[in-house]
Design a protein around this ligand. Structure first.
Ligand SMILES: [Zn+2]
Length: 215
């Protein structure tokens, strides 16, 4: 089955920088996005959902929230309540993409946009290009939906540069694992975020609670 690059796409929107940029890039191509999908997989805090709501509102894209908190409760990671040093939710990308593929079918879309970038692949096995390609093939066979991962070859800094080019509302995005009203500035997500802005030479709109580690 072939799938034209202009056909409707569902975008997985975590509320973070990468998925927000993926949504912006998809819309900038003139692609219809019938829905963005936010997945609650039992993150320790749900600050990301507020970000996703703001971002979807900014782009006037319907936001569907999928409750997979029961999945998060059965795995262990920093994102769902375990050790802060570990940020791996086993097979998270596969679970999210498979769920989004089912939603895409319901939305008459045949593509799911996943914002995984090259930096993710170093840490997360289910972000590696060969895995994403295999999963896309499986989903195509299962329900006629393919995965688009436009940032697989880009570093996070290159994603930030793309975000700036597209005028993405980066101030709405949320990366911090800790939650609260401000980015903590010290967790892995915060330091990666700050570093990406620095490397891209793009002004960082983020207010970090602790600036020592992030700046
Ligand atoms: Zn943080």
């Amino acid at each position: 089955m072939t799938c034209p690059a202009s056909s409707p796409a569902v975008v997985l929107l975590s509320g973070g920088l990468d998925s927000t940029t993926a949504l912006a890039a998809t819309l900038a191509q003139g692609v219809t996005v019938p829905a963005a999908v936010f997945v609650d997989y039992g993150q320790r805090h749900i600050r990301e959902r507020d970000a996703a709501i703001q971002i979807a509102g900014h782009y006037r894209v319907p936001l569907l929230c999928l409750d997979l908190s029961g999945f998060g409760a059965l795995v262990s990671s920093a994102l769902t309540g375990g050790d802060l040093a570990t940020t791996i939710v086993p097979n998270r990308n596969a679970v999210l993409a498979a769920a989004a593929a089912g939603i895409a079918v319901d939305q008459n879309a045949h593509r799911v946009v996943l914002a995984t970038h090259a930096g993710d692949a170093v840490t997360y096995p289910d972000c590696r290009p060969e895995f994403v390609a295999a999963l896309s093939n499986a989903l195509r066979l299962g329900c006629g939906v393919v995965i688009e991962a436009p940032f697989l070859g880009l570093s996070k800094a290159e994603v930030v540069a793309e975000a700036a080019r597209l005028g993405t509302p980066m101030h709405f995005t949320w990366s911090c694992y800790v939650g609260g009203s401000q980015h903590c500035g010290q967790c892995r997500a915060c330091t990666d975020r700050a570093e990406a802005f620095r490397d891209a030479a793009v002004p960082d709109p983020t207010a970090y609670a602790a600036t020592g580690a992030a700046r």
